[in-house]
Design a protein around this ligand. Sequence first.
Ligand SMILES: Cc1cc2nc3c(=O)[nH]c(=O)nc-3n(C[C@H](O)[C@H](O)[C@H](O)COP(=O)(O)O)c2cc1C
Length: 409
Amino acid sequence: MSSDLRPLANKRILLGVTGGIAAYKSADLARRLRDAGAEVRVVMTRAATEFITPLTMQAVSGNPVHLHLLDPQTEAGMGHIELARWADAVLVAPASAGFMAKVAHGLADDLLGALCLATAAPLALAPAMNRLMWSNPATQDNRRVLESRGVRLFGPAEGEQACGEVGPGRMLEPHALVEMTAGLFAGGCLSGLNIVITAGPTREAIDPVRFISNRSSGKMGYAIAVAAQEAGATVTLISGPVVLPVPPRLKRVNVESAVQMYEAVLANVRDCDIFIGAAAVADYHPVSRAAHKIKKGQNEMTLVLERSPDILASVAALPEAPYTVGFAAETENLEVHARAKLAAKDVDMVAANWVGGPDTGFESDENALLLIWEGGGAELPCAPKDRLARELIAVIAERYHAKNKAQTS
Ligand SMILES: Cc1cc2nc3c(=O)[nH]c(=O)nc-3n(C[C@H](O)[C@H](O)[C@H](O)COP(=O)(O)O)c2cc1C
């Protein structure tokens, strides 16, 4: 596979097919997207089904084809909003003149039109139509409106048309569309990379109703996951119990205890390029969990704790360890503790922050970070966690690429 197509690995492409002769090429397009590692779901307009059968598109995409908007059964399963959230990118190929008009005017009277309005993912249309339909001022106005709103137009190409005429309006060939779709994900500083991020607290059970935990809200780890995804990475988020919504389009693995988080990390870290441990993992957990609720008794009780597995050190010690970033939450001597952690765990970077104060750290919406790596460091001043996460991702990307360059030269 060409390295230009690498950004498509594990990406979810929603392929829209509308009613035009070029729909026969959509089957080849779906197959090529899958060959490049993308997961493909197909949505067809009613007119499209006159040109190519849903059965064909189902077979080549490997998924059931979505056809209807106002179907209670469809909505009960993967309805239009779920599909819109599912997609990492929406590609409509071929896009008819009528469909361009529909999107330009925000009509949502069929499944594909509704999806294009409801998605936050990049939207690309591959126009395919007779040359006069393409050059018609109405279509050209629609093209301008679409482009001004950030919709990407792939093509059309010039050449011989199915109607026998020659001119602009041919759909681009599937291989070119696959490359351009990959280009939607390239350019980000983490494009094509797999990242595993841990977030949130862990809960260590004492008995069926009680646990030891900490004040981590998961907000920082979740913001990093979103920022990494925006930067083009494929993100797996391993999360302790939090009350945050699942960011769209990323894989979340829910865990509760430190041991579960350790196991989930080791199961997911194999092909990952960067590991960011932002979770507040319990260092100790009860040696045993009582089978029943512990009853009130003597004035004092002793709880025996044992060390939890060290997730960060274990990842950093793997034979082909990813670039490993660990968080250090401290209430005193921030830099000293952070440097000690960098050395003790042999990680590539430590992101240290103050916790315990009223304004930054665990439960707050703002934070500040001190970043330390071998031979260098950076300070990221107090900012909302989403902005801070983007700045952190930019530094991690720079350090990751610098390390790779040093290793290959
Ligand atoms: C044989 C045939 C070929 C067609 N080819 C195209 C085409 O290539 N491009 C286009 O924009 N419309 C084409 N049309 C017209 C569309 O099918 C028609 O406008 C339809 O309503 C589009 O619906 P949709 O955009 O919901 O899929 C063609 C119609 C027929 C009968």
